[in-house]
Every structure is written in C-alpha cells, then in structure tokens.
Design a binder for this molecule. Sequence first.
Ligand SMILES: Cc1ncc(COP(=O)(O)O)c(C=O)c1O
Length: 248
Amino acid sequence: MEKGPKIIIEPPGPRAKQIIERDKNSVMQSFSRWYPLVVDKGDGVFIYDVDGNKYLDFNAGIAVNALGYSNKRLQEAITNQTQKLIHYSFTDFLYESTVRLAEKLIEISPINKDVKIFFGNSGAEANEAMMKVARWSTRRQNIIAFIGSFHGRTYGAMSLTASRPVQRRFFGPFVPNIEHVPFPYCYRCPFGLNPENCDLFCVDYIEEQVFQKFVPPEETALFIAEAIQGEGGYIPAPEAYFKKLKKF
Ligand SMILES: Cc1ncc(COP(=O)(O)O)c(C=O)c1O
C-alpha cells in the first residue's frame, strides 16, 4: 500500500474518459469543471479516481469534508440514522435529532451564544435565507455586496455574486437593490492605490460615494462579505479593513 499519492495512468484514464462522455450525454452541462477528475472513493486525506490514481486531496469537496474520507464515526452516525429515519420533512414536523444538532452547533459556535440555527441544503440557500431575514427584520431593502464575490447559483445568491460575466449573461433581470463595491484587493488595488499609504480608501469610497450618492444608508439591510474571497481569486482582506468597515 502506497503511503503517498500515486499516478498509475495519466488522468483522465480510460474509465474516467468513458464517464466524462456519459456525463456530457446525460447531465446538464452548466458546471465549470476545471479539470477532468472523476472521483471513485476517498480514504483519510486521499482521494482515488476511477482509474486507480491516488491523490493527496486539497479540494475537500470545496472546503467541506474537513473530517476526512471514510471517517468511521461519521459512517457510524450516518448508518445509525438511516436505520432509524431518513426523512420526514423538518419544515412541517419535528424530530429530536435536528434539535439536538442545533443545540450542539450553538454550544460550539465561536459567535454569540444568543443565536438560532437555520438548516439549509447549500451555501446558496443559506444566503437566500440571510437576505430574507435581513430584509424582513430591518424592513429595509438595500444590500451591499463585493465585486469579485461568489455567493451561489440561485437567483438571490447569483444577484449577490459578481465574479464573472458568465454567471450573469442572459440570466437577468436580477434581484433588485443590490449594489456592488470594490473588495480590498491590495495586490491589484481597484483604485490603483498603495496599501502602505491608502488609509483604506475603499471604506471611504463606500461612505462618500455609495452611501452619499445613490444608496440611502437608512434603507440598507445587509452587507455581505467573504472575509477571504474564494472564486474571486483567493484574496484575503487586510486585517484592518473589516475593523474600519465595522466602525463606519
Ligand atoms: C463563498 C461561497 N458562498 C456560497 C457558495 C454556494 O454554495 P453551494 O454551492 O453549496 O450553494 C459557495 C460555493 O462554492 C461559496 O464559495
């Protein structure tokens, strides 16, 4: 058994090629696959493709498989629950397992304990819910999002997203009252400034240009931000940015 990664045939191998062909003929071709990896199984930090190549996995299902593959405790928990009950619609009825999970998440969450949990099916659904909660609870309409952001593929989440024209082309009109502002991307500053002496002009821009020219602040419900932009280019905001923004 190899300890590390091992390529036994150049990917995509024959089995992968076959599945890629079948995918083209049967699955809607709306996803952006960056390279033709056809995954078969996982074990710990490794992932295997259908031709037997073994990879050290840095994707982690796009940053969600943090417990590793074939995790025994996870398998056991899933198996036990499937033997008891798979689904009964928590939106209409209650079960203790879901309430218990909410309690656990509150207990371990690093944020204020005075929180409640929303269970959704995806990141996009979480963002849809957030927009609804923000608008409903504030009775305000405006939302600010970042240029370069990615928030999901449903209409609300897509309207927040601004990272590539292909995500918008031919899909409009979008959810209204969402304004996009530049992300603090210091390496390629959208304002052409130098982070050494710019004094975080990108926050002043929101205050002086956005809120004083066309977005009434008292009608603004939400500012959505990735602390580190993902799809926009894996860009961390400088540490002082959110402090200044929060103060503003
Ligand atoms: C920052 C961010 N938000 C939201 C999403 C959407 O998540 P989902 O694909 O689960 O809807 C993604 C997906 O990659 C994401 O990177």
